[in-house]
Ligand binder design. Structure first.
Ligand SMILES: O=C(O)CCC(=O)C(=O)O
Ligand SMILES: [Fe+2]
Length: 229
């Protein structure tokens, strides 16, 4: 399938041209090559083992999230970050690799890396979606820094719904995120509502080490100091 960007150029699935979905929200198809995807899947498997490994969080109103989530750097549960798990154990440190990928992702999406004085990327949430999992429309608003969120997708394709900063509803754009895609949202879209209404089971590419399901890594700058949270 050809995608067309704002300049009218077509982009291949691999190493695709950045597509602006909303101001400050950019989709870069095929940003990670298959080897990089395979390496990240292996790391996710390691991170899933904990501490702060894959778990389903309970929402304030009592429902369980269908997505399983692991945390690096800071522990997150609805709706706050903390340095330690509920049982007091420390969270696994934020890997340098993800900080590097986040800065490179910003550069790929926006044409320039984050400014040297911008708040450091220091937290990653790793989401696993089985065939039934979904994520409702929400804002990523527990960070106290306005650095763009950098999202990497692995495995099954999903429908990623990217909306507006005012409401959970229309107007929104549905984007298919495939294995290896990068999505960056910052600037005027940093607090836009977004969600994953469905995945497309059975669409994961072969050879990356993920037979079924979808992994998503969001890399964020918490803006929190050690004494906070
Ligand atoms: O899975 C995705 O692509 C989005 C995940 C997300 O919005 C989140 O972790 O806050
Ligand atoms: Fe989010």
């Amino acid at each position: 399938m050809d995608r067309r960007n704002a300049a009218g150029e077509t982009a291949d699935l691999f190493g695709g041209t950045p597509l602006e979905v909303a101001p400050g929200a950019v989709h870069v198809p095929g940003w990670l090559d298959p080897a990089a995807q395979r390496d990240l899947v292996a790391l996710c498997r390691e991170w899933a083992g904990g501490p702060a490994g894959m778990r389903r969080h309970r929402m304030p109103r009592g429902g369980l999230m269908s997505v399983r989530m692991a945390a690096l750097g800071w522990y997150w549960e609805p709706y706050r970050y903390s340095r330690t798990l509920p049982d007091g154990r420390p969270v696994r440190p934020f890997p340098d690799l993800l900080g590097r990928l986040a800065r490179e992702g910003v550069a790929a999406a926006y044409g320039r890396p984050p400014a040297p004085q911008s708040p450091p990327y220091d937290v990653a949430l790793v989401n696993f979606y089985d065939a039934e999992a979904r994520m409702g429309m929400h804002q990523d608003r527990d960070e106290r820094a306005d650095a763009p969120v950098v999202s990497l997708s692995l495995g099954d394709t999903c429908v990623f719904r990217f909306g507006n900063t005012e409401t959970r509803t229309r107007p929104y754009t549905d984007v298919e995120l495939r294995s290896g895609d990068l999505f960056v949202f910052g600037g005027p879209s940093r607090l836009a509502y977004h969600g994953v209404p469905r995945t497309r089971p059975g669409t994961a590419p072969e050879g990356i080490g993920l037979a079924a399901g979808r992994l998503n890594i969001t890399i964020r700058a918490s803006g929190l100091a050690d004494s906070q949270g």
